[in-house]
Ligand binder design. Structure first.
Ligand SMILES: Cc1cc2nc3c(=O)[nH]c(=O)nc-3n(C[C@H](O)[C@H](O)[C@H](O)COP(=O)(O)O)c2cc1C
Length: 224
């Protein structure tokens, strides 16, 4: 399931539409070294666009300066698809949270007293992450996607949120689940970040949610 090998193998399997988006090919935790290069490209594009729209109002200009990063954790690919759609729609970079110790199928079998069950039972569990986001300062909007595990975000999301300084940034949580709603899973993450973080309301999607639905959601919450 969630292994590093799987993650690197997957790179070759991604649809063309994903590799066209800025940073869409960065699906592994280890493989974001070229993000800085991509961000330069994106910066140039932003400047060009700004010149074209000069005089159309400051508010619009402010929107264009926003740089988003789509972060996700996904063991069986459900959340990944949605994260890829979001990155595509926003032209954003994408970063996969990869566990240092990959989750095996056995680890993920819930209600068996396995690894995932244990972690979710312990609010202080902080599974280690392999790799990191190199230039978190360069992003002002962070989308974070996760599967619901026993009504909550997987504890590795807590590890991620405690690993960076998100002061002054906007965080947009979204999740997938078998049937549960988002519940308190997103709001429970707020305490892990500084008060100056602006949290968007979290959103739960079902497996197989379309790109159009993701695009509509991003429009509705005003980040697209
Ligand atoms: C350990 C574990 C706990 C889960 N707990 C719930 C749950 O409480 N409610 C629910 O609807 N689905 C639950 N699921 C199902 C996942 O939320 C769902 O399959 C999700 O879409 C998987 O996302 P992924 O493919 O991106 O990993 C759980 C799955 C695992 C592995």
């Amino acid at each position: 399931a969630c292994s590093r090998t799987d993650a690197s193998e997957r790179q070759g399997e991604q649809p063309d539409s994903v590799s066209e988006s800025d940073g869409g090919q960065d699906s592994t935790g280890d493989n974001i070294a070229d993000m800085a290069e991509q961000s330069d490209e994106q910066q140039n594009m932003t400047e060009d666009t700004e010149q074209e729209t000069e005089g159309q109002g400051k508010e619009q200009q402010a929107d264009m300066d926003t740089k988003a990063l789509v972060v996700y954790f996904s063991c069986t690919g459900t959340t990944r698809s949605l994260a890829e759609y979001a990155a595509e729609v926003l032209g954003a970079d994408i970063y996969e949270i990869v566990a240092e110790e990959p989750y095996t199928e056995e680890d993920l079998a819930y209600y068996t007293g396995g690894r995932a069950d244990h972690e979710q039972d312990d609010p202080n569990a902080r599974p280690a992450i392999a790799g990191n986001v190199e230039d978190m300062d360069g992003y002002d909007t962070i989308l974070i996607g996760y599967p619901i595990w026993h009504g909550q975000a997987p504890r590795i999301i807590s590890t991620f949120l405690e690993s960076y300084d998100f002061s002054g940034k906007t965080i947009v949580p979204f999740c997938t689940s078998h049937s549960s709603g988002i519940g308190s899973s997103a709001v429970d993450l707020h305490a892990l970040c500084p008060d100056s973080v602006e949290w968007a309301e979290g959103m739960r999607f079902e497996a197989g949610t379309s790109r159009d639905t993701i695009e509509e959601w991003l429009g509705n919450i005003g980040i697209k």
